[in-house]
Design a binder for this molecule. Structure first.
Ligand code: NAP
Length: 358
């Protein structure tokens, strides 16, 4: 089978490294371009990252000799030589938005990890097992951009990927209000304990921009396509508090959910266990076999034990308790740089290829 040629923008960073690791030996994709800032451009990939390689597996051997391109300056050359790019660049929002549009306008699809384009109504923000139908908005986006092949598709914020999959199957119970506390790993800030010593023995009760994203992005995912845009759902009301905690990888959420109707614990567990995954039949290479796993044990899910469920693509849920006749609380965990970042984006790219958008 002919493989799709891939470029990774931001390939030297933490999420970029995760992309390269996940794409090594991928059955459909092969990385042929790596790009980063002017600081790294023109240099051999291995030379630039060997002293800052953060993954537990070695640098993929086929990527080591690649010469790094300048992601901002060489966008035409990169766009022309690949089938699509993954974007994991760390730039101010406006610059990221312009950069991603410039690739799309060069007829190069962009699968982005960044938040810059998530608020644009004709840019689909996809959690593949939840709202795969939102990719149909791409035709409207292409009209706006004046492209025949180029577009932008994004994955949502890393932290909401642990609780949105658990909330979505419960919408039919009349979900009215959700309160969430997230306990987020330091890799979510591109950090390690070595580069973030102030987090050791500490909890920091603020992550810039995170609470707003946690409250608004789920509503876009729960939304519908109406004419040429995705219109966010009006409910549930979501209130979030986000903490940075001394954990290397894996985000945890404590969730309180209130419903219009009475709910029973077993009905909720049934909804999770019998969730009909709309992309299951596509058998995408990165899709987990078990998307949502409910743990009965009182001490699960634990980030250390459960973040790597299904190679980091599974969502773990547990500690479900009924609070009152119409409210419950539970805990959920997911891997922030796999499901929450690069892995979620690779799965999205697979969906777009399988559905003929790339
Ligand atoms: P990072 O480790 O700081 O890496 C940033 C990347 O962007 C590097 O490759 C860097 O290249 C490149 N870059 C920086 N300035 C640039 C410029 N002016 N022109 C071109 N390239 C430039 O960041 P990260 O943690 O991987 O995060 C990347 C993005 O993903 C961020 O927007 C972040 O918010 C988002 N995100 C991260 C996570 C996570 O779990 N870490 C999860 C979801 C989303 P050089 O090496 O050449 O500087």
């Amino acid at each position: 089978m002919k493989k799709y040629k891939i470029g990774v923008l931001g390939a030297t960073g933490m999420v970029g490294q995760r992309f390269l690791t996940l794409l090594e030996n991928h059955p459909w994709f092969v990385v042929t371009k790596v790009a980063a800032s002017t600081r790294s451009a023109g240099k051999v990939y291995e030379d630039v990252v060997k002293n800052k390689w953060l993954m537990s597996t070695p640098i993929p051997k086929d990527v080591k000799p690649l010469i790094i391109n300048d992601a901002l300056i060489e966008f035409k050359q990169i766009s022309e030589s690949v089938d699509f790019v993954f974007c994991a660049i760390n730039l101010p929002k406006e610059e990221t938005r312009r950069l991603e549009e410039s690739y799309a306008k060069c007829e190069c699809p962009v699968i982005s990890n960044n938040s810059a384009n998530r608020v644009i109504p004709d840019v689909p923000m996809i959690l593949p097992e939840i709202n795969p139908n939102h990719i149909d908005i791409i035709e409207s986006q292409k009209k706006r951009l004046g492209t025949s092949r180029g577009f932008i598709a994004v994955k949502p914020n890393c932290s909401l990927q642990c609780y949105v999959p658990a909330l979505f199957p419960l919408l039919n119970f009349g979900l009215e209000e959700v309160k969430i506390c997230t306990y987020q790993a330091i890799s979510g800030a591109g950090k390690t304990f070595g580069t973030f010593p102030e987090i050791v023995d500490n909890v920091i009760p603020y992550i810039a921009g995170e609470e707003e994203k946690s409250e608004t992005e789920p509503l876009k995912i729960f939304g519908s396509i109406i004419s040429n845009k995705i219109v966010s759902a009006k409910s549930p009301r979501i209130s979030a508090q986000c903490f940075r905690v001394p954990v290397s990888d894996g985000h945890t959420a404590g969730v309180f959910a209130k419903f219009r109707n009475k709910v029973k614990k077993n009905d909720i567990i049934d909804k999770w266990r019998n969730y009909i995954n709309p992309i299951k039949d596509l058998r995408l290479p990165s899709a987990p076999n078990e998307f949502l796993k409910y743990f009965e044990n009182n001490d699960r899910p634990q980030v250390k034990l459960d973040k790597n469920l299904e190679k980091g693509m599974g969502i773990s849920v547990g500690r479900l308790n009924v609070d009152s006749e119409n409210s419950v609380k539970f805990v959920s965990v997911s891997h922030n740089t796999i499901r929450g970042a690069a892995g979620g984006a690779v799965l999205l790219a697979e969906l777009l290829c399988a559905r003929g958008f790339i």
